[in-house]
Design a protein around this ligand. Structure first.
Ligand SMILES: NC(=O)c1ccc[n+]([C@@H]2O[C@H](COP(=O)([O-])OP(=O)(O)OC[C@H]3O[C@@H](n4cnc5c(N)ncnc54)[C@H](OP(=O)(O)O)[C@@H]3O)[C@@H](O)[C@H]2O)c1
Length: 484
């Protein structure tokens, strides 16, 4: 014997129909708006549609299996639900109103007899569940959250170093995510450029941004790897707008050529994620005569971001996200030795100094470009299990790999900074797990105004000197004539 119970709730929000549909249709995001849900996982790949399946883990300790059986874009979806507690059919109907969108949620639950009795005894319980779910959805879609400020407790833990370190692990990620707000911002009309998108954090960030609907340009140096990554992201997200731009970002002339191509394409850049990175031991020099960590981690994002400024400004609300590292906490910028020519070379020191330099640029660009509506932030991915960490920090990897987070968890804050409405309200800050952290924890790493100026002057000079010269017609070599 079983009993059917029906819930029927409607909410109205001031958001366009297509935005509301895009958010709700990716049903795994129910974890952001239903207070009873612990985790939502998409089990199938491709864009949401008929056949999409989701596993929804409830905080009460059981899981629900959702299958989409009917799907009308911007109008309606119908899902079957299976679990050991009940089965259900859930229908969500979307209608445009004069001020936004109405969302009607109809759920028909079938309970086995003992649970049906409990429901008959406590009928208000089901109603309350339905109401709090829809209130959660309304709050998510209203998307009116304040950006988290830096808390004193966090700053104190960071300053004491060791208490702050556990945050970099997957435990830090799991603990932080309990406080997060829903991310319902619509990215269907945004263009994101992600560097170093063929592996680790960059690939995860590009996949998440494509999953949120953005057009994504993957910047990568290896054509085979880049094309395979683009195919994989298209297949996984169902988003066809995933494109490739080839560039060895350690070669600054190539960075200029990449900027030239993006400027010529004339498409505004709404999101730029400066992520590409590596750690070099021993010291290496590029064909342009530049020390490689400095070239890849500092001069390259400097040139790319500066040159893309017109396209970022055209967006009107662009986000620049610089992927840094906690390692920068240990280093001060040395503007007279940006290329580690003095003393004994250490790859980790060169890496950390370059990241420190990019933090200074984050603050500088945030100040300079505020009027253009561009917000510029930096983030630390935490310690993430990526090919880069495994190959360049082998001992660290051996000791910590059980505590490392996934690349997706490492990329989360970059995606949040690039997408969340509230993140766009803050600029020039350093973030880990969607929370602000100080940019310095030791007094000796602070640079003076003169050092900052010197850093900027050197970057400007090197940025210009590496720019490929445009050949005038006279300089062009005459084409070899065919001999008569
Ligand atoms: N994972 C962590 O725990 C962690 C911690 C702190 C900071 N970070 C930062 O996170 C970022 C991503 O690191 P990851 O751990 O994801 O490393 P990863 O797996 O090695 O990925 C690095 C990406 O950068 C690309 N890249 C490297 N050199 C390049 C070049 N010259 N031109 C173009 N692309 C280049 C790589 O391309 P290929 O695929 O062609 O090699 C790859 O796509 C880096 O900035 C790193 O400093 C990571």
């Amino acid at each position: 014997m079983s009993e059917t119970i029906t819930l029927d709730e409607t909410i109205e929000v001031q958001r366009p129909l297509h935005e509301v549909f895009a958010y709700v249709a990716e049903f795994s995001r129910i974890e952001e708006w239903d207070p009873g849900v612990a985790r939502g996982t998409r089990l199938t790949s491709g864009a949401p549609g008929v056949g999409s399946e989701y596993r929804i883990d409830m905080k009460a300790g059981f899981s629900l299996h959702y299958t989409v059986i009917e799907f009308e874009p911007d109008a309606r979806m119908l899902m079957t639900v299976d679990s050991r507690v009940f089965t259900a059919r859930e229908e969500i109907i979307f209608t445009a109103t004069s001020t936004g969108t109405a969302v009607r949620y109809i759920a028909r639950f079938k309970f086995p007899a003992p649970l049906a009795l409990a429901n008959r005894l406590y009928p208000a319980a089901m109603d309350r569940v339905g109401k709090s779910t829809m209130e959660g959805l309304q709050r998510a879609l209203e998307d009116n959250f304040a950006a988290p400020a830096q808390s004193t407790a966090t700053a104190l833990a960071d300053n004491l170093v060791l208490p702050g370190l556990w945050r970099f692990t997957r435990l830090g990620y799991s603990s932080a995510r309990r406080r997060w707000k829903p991310l319902s911002a619509y990215l269907g009309d945004r263009h994101a450029v992600v560097t170093g998108a063929t592996s680790g954090v960059g690939e995860a960030a590009a996949t998440a941004l494509a999953g949120l609907g953005a057009r994504v340009t993957l910047v990568a140096r290896n054509k085979r790897k880049a094309d395979a990554t683009a195919r994989k992201i298209r297949r996984q997200t169902g988003n066809p707008e995933v494109h490739v731009e080839l560039c060895d970002l350690a070669v600054i002339a190539e960075v200029h050529q990449l900027a030239d191509r993006l400027l010529a394409a004339d498409r505004p850049v709404d999101i730029l994620v400066n992520n590409a990175g590596a750690l070099f031991n021993p010291r290496q020099q590029t064909a342009e005569g530049l020390e490689k960590s400095f070239a890849l981690l500092l001069l390259s994002p400097y040139v790319l971001t500066e040159r893309l400024h017109p396209l970022l400004a055209r967006s009107g609300s662009a986000r620049v996200v610089n992927v840094l590292s906690g390692g920068m906490y240990t280093q001060k910028i040395h503007p007279r030795d940006l290329q580690s020519q003095r003393g004994r070379y250490s790859g980790s020191v060169a890496y950390a100094r370059a990241k420190r330099g990019l933090m200074i640029l984050t603050e500088e660009w945030a100040r300079r470009w505020r009027e253009d509506g561009i917000s510029v932030n930096a983030m630390h991915p935490g310690w993430a299990d990526t090919p880069g960490v495994e190959s360049s920090l082998q001992t660290f990897y051996r000791v910590t790999h059980k505590l490392l987070r996934s690349p997706e968890e490492g990329a989360d804050t970059a995606v949040w900074l690039a997408a969340a409405t509230e993140a766009g309200k803050v600029s020039g800050k350093f973030w880990l797990d969607r929370e602000q952290h100080p940019s310095h924890i030791f007094a000796h790493t602070r640079e003076s105004a003169a050092e900052r100026e010197q850093l900027l002057a050197t970057l400007r000079e090197l940025g210009e000197s590496t720019r490929p010269q445009k050949r005038t017609p006279r300089q062009r070599k005459p084409r070899a004539r065919k001999s008569a």
